[in-house]
Design a protein around this ligand. Sequence first.
Ligand code: HEC
Length: 119
Amino acid sequence: MLNTQSLVRHCLAASLMLASFMAPPASLATTKSYSAPADTVQLKASALPGFAKASVCYACHSAEYIAYQPPTAARPYWNAMVNRMKKVFNAPVQEEDIPEIVDYLVKTYGNEQPNEQPK
Ligand code: HEC
């Protein structure tokens, strides 16, 4: 069991560690200007009903994440992705809209694109 003295020592060590972690050396603390590239990638337009429904995907990020997924990604991958967005990040995706959104994603970005060879 910890006695008071060792507890104090323990806390002191922890806060010293934290302080050195939080205070960067002066060289790192100088202000640098940085402009991020515009994060404005839009979803590819489509006549599929899932296209309009996928606009909920903009709530947190642009379509850039979606556009960077491998074109070999199959339906179960997209289904898992949409479910992950819903369950992990609380994306406002209606359960009944998921099949159409997944259908749009796999046919627009995944391995069911019209010009894609069947795998
Ligand atoms: C509530 C916020 C939110 C919404 C809405 C949302 N996402 Fe995400 N998404 C995130 C976050 C946060 C990340 C990055 C974190 C990560 O990668 O774990 C992410 C990352 C991604 C990625 C990158 C790959 C990955 O696993 O990180 C893809 C693809 C993606 N989202 C697709 C979608 C699609 C498709 C939709 C619409 C159905 C959607 N997102 C809606 C929060 C959201």
